[in-house]
Design a protein around this ligand. Structure first.
Ligand code: XBP
Ligand code: MG
Length: 251
């Protein structure tokens, strides 16, 4: 039987809606600090989000939208310089408390801990960003593995970050459930052989989640029911009890 023994959480868009008012704003602050007249709008950033990884996103932007841009540094060094500025601004934003956890995230994580279900993180974002979010709202020690950013060679939608967690936790993939928000994240988890629940957000709600085990608006709260977008679930919120039942009957 596929008994639920561990949850793997994605970060950006899943634990918190960090992209529109977090990473995007931090990128724009970095451009301003670097004396660049680049400003990524909400809609334009949605296009750039097809590229996982902040450094990879910057390289894509330079190649596609600033092909004639010249700098004394080589591109990799220039991107690293901009990304360092951006991470500084992003950490300031996180620490200011302007970005909250999504509905149900803390409740489900505490439900997992109460039930002895093991916890891990698998994210494309940089490790310091994960630490800042977890330290602010949760507890780093609750997560056995925090797999983030450049710890793997290839970012989502490659399965590397999920393969890394599986290897560290020494459990069969059938005993895990993944919580994700995007098509890149779903593709990465599926390639690693993991069943995945999607919580959509403003940037990902129109993406293809046909391979997900369940698609919901968010994880829900008793007084703030989630909406089921795809799959067999008639509850108001996800906790360990109903995840176990879903695993035994539908996933
Ligand atoms: C989302 C990402 C990250 C962030 C930016 O990660 O693709 O790259 O957009 O963070 P996930 P960095 O959904 O896997 O949590 O600039 O630190 O890459
Ligand atoms: Mg995500």
């Amino acid at each position: 039987m596929n008994q639920l023994q561990a949850l793997i959480f994605d970060v950006d868009g899943t634990l918190a809606n960090t992209e529109r008012d977090g990473h995007r704003v931090a990128f724009n602050s970095a451009f301003e600090e670097a004396g660049l007249d680049w400003q990524w709008s909400v809609d334009f950033y949605g296009e750039l989000l097809t590229v996982s990884g902040g450094k990879e996103r910057l390289k894509y932007y330079l190649r596609q939208y600033q092909p004639n841009f010249e700098t004394s540094k080589d591109t990799t060094d220039f991107v690293a310089y901009l990304h360092k500025l951006k991470t500084k601004h992003y950490l300031q934003l996180l620490r200011s408390g302007s970005i909250q956890l999504r509905p149900g995230a803390k409740r489900l994580i505490e439900s997992a801990r109460d039930a002895g279900v093991r916890l891990a993180i698998a994210t494309t974002t940089s490790f310091p960003n994960v630490v800042a979010l977890l330290e602010k709202y949760l507890d780093l020690d609750w997560f056995e593995v925090i797999a983030a950013g450049d710890i793997v060679a290839f970012k989502k939608p490659a399965p590397d970050i999920y393969d890394y967690v599986l290897e560290k936790m020494k459990l069969p993939a059938s005993n895990f459930l993944v919580l994700e928000d995007s098509d890149n994240g779903l593709e990465a988890a599926i390639k690693a052989g993991l069943k995945t629940i999607i919580t959509v957000n403003n940037y990902t709600e129109k993406q293809d989640f046909s391979q997900a085990a369940l698609v919901v608006s968010d994880l829900g709260e008793p007084d703030q029911p989630c909406k089921v977008i795809q799959g067999n679930f008639d509850g108001d919120y996800l906790d360990i009890a109903n995840l176990r039942s879903l695993m035994n009957n539908y996933f």
